[in-house]
Design a protein around this ligand. Sequence first.
Ligand code: ZN
Ligand code: ZN
Length: 392
Amino acid sequence: MGTGGLVFQPALLRGSTANIGTLLPARLAAMDYEGRQTRLQGVLAKHRLDGLLVTHLPNIRYLCGFTGSAGVLLVTESTRVFFTDGRYTEQAGTEVQGARVVIARKPPLIAASERLAAKGKKWGLKTLGIEGDHLTVAGRSQLTKVLQSRLKLREAPPLVEQARMVKDAEEIDRLRAAVLQGARLFDVALRTIRAGVKETEVAAEMEYAARRAGVEGMSFETIIASGPRSALPHGRASQAAIPSNGFVVCDFGVILTGYCSDMTRTVHLGVPGQQARGVYAAVREAQQAGTEAVKPGAKVSEVDRAARNVLRKNGLGRHFTHSTGHGVGLEIHEAPRVAAGQAEVLRPGMVVTVEPGVYIPGVGGVRIEDMVVVTERGREVLTPTPKELITI
Ligand code: ZN
Ligand code: ZN
C-alpha cells in the first residue's frame, strides 16, 4: 500500500464502547388503537365537531399505528378512514388498525378532501376540525378549495395531544425500555470524554453504540457542551475540543419502539472549584425538589416552582433560563409543559422530565434531567443513573 491512503481499522468497529447490549423487546404488547379512536369519537360532539382530520404524524401513529411519513386520518362519529399513497400500500396494510385504508393516487390530503366533498353530507358532517398547528397554509387552502362551502373547517383543540398526555401501560413499558437503553449511552460518554477529545467525537461514539443496540434513532441531536459552551442550554455537540477543566453537559436520548428517552448528566473535568461544586449541588437539590413535587393532583407549575425556589434560594434563580420540564412520549417534547403559569394537573400515567439547569455565561453550566412517571400514589423515576458529581 502506498502512503497517504486510508487505513481501515476494523478494531474501531468492534470497540468496547460500541457494545451496550439491546433492550429491544422480543415481542411487543399490542396497543389499543381501536379504543383510542373510539375515545376520540366520543369527545368530538363535546367540542361541537362532527369530525377531525388528523394530519400530525405522531397523532396518526398514536391513533392507528401507522409509522410512515405520509398520511391523513379522518375520524368522524361514524367513520374512520386512513389515506396514504402507493409507497405505503404494504406498510399501511400491516400497521393500520381500527380504520379503513385508502391508497390514493393523489397526495393523501387531497384524497381526503375529495372524499369529504363527495361523502361529507351522507356522513352528516357540517363542521370538521383541523389541527391548526399541523396543517400548512397551503394545505388548508387546498382543503377549502376542494370542499368549497360544503363543510365548515374549524381549528380543533389539541384533542389527540391531550389524550396522549396520559400513557397507558403498554406505552410506559416502551418508555421504560427507551429510558434504560438511553441511559447506557452515558457509560459510553464517560469512557469517551477526555480533555482534547472533540464534542462531536463523544456524540458519535454514543450514537454509534445506540444504533448498534438497535434504536430507531436519536430523540434529538445529542448535546455535548463542554467548558464555557456548557452555559448554552442547547449546545449541540460541536467541533470544539473538550477543555481540561470545566463542566461537560451531556443531554441525549434514543427512540426505541417509537418512544423517546431524554436525560441529562453533567460531569466535571479536572478538580471542581468551590463555585462549580456549589452550582452542581444547587442544581441537584433543585432537581430533587422538582421530582418530589411530581404527584397526582399537583399542578405542573408547582413542579416548576419547587425546582426554581431552590435555585433562587442559592442566588442562582436568574441563571435558570428555561422551564423545568416537558412531557415525553412518541415525541421528545409533548404536553404537558412543566413551567410557571401552566395549569395542567398531573395525573397517573403522565410522563415528564424534571430538568433544572444553571447557565453562567462565559463560565459554564449544569443541568440534570430525569424522566419521571406519575403513579397512583406519587411518582417513579425512570432514569436509573446516579446523580453524584462525577469528575474525570
Ligand atoms: Zn434532555
Ligand atoms: Zn428534556
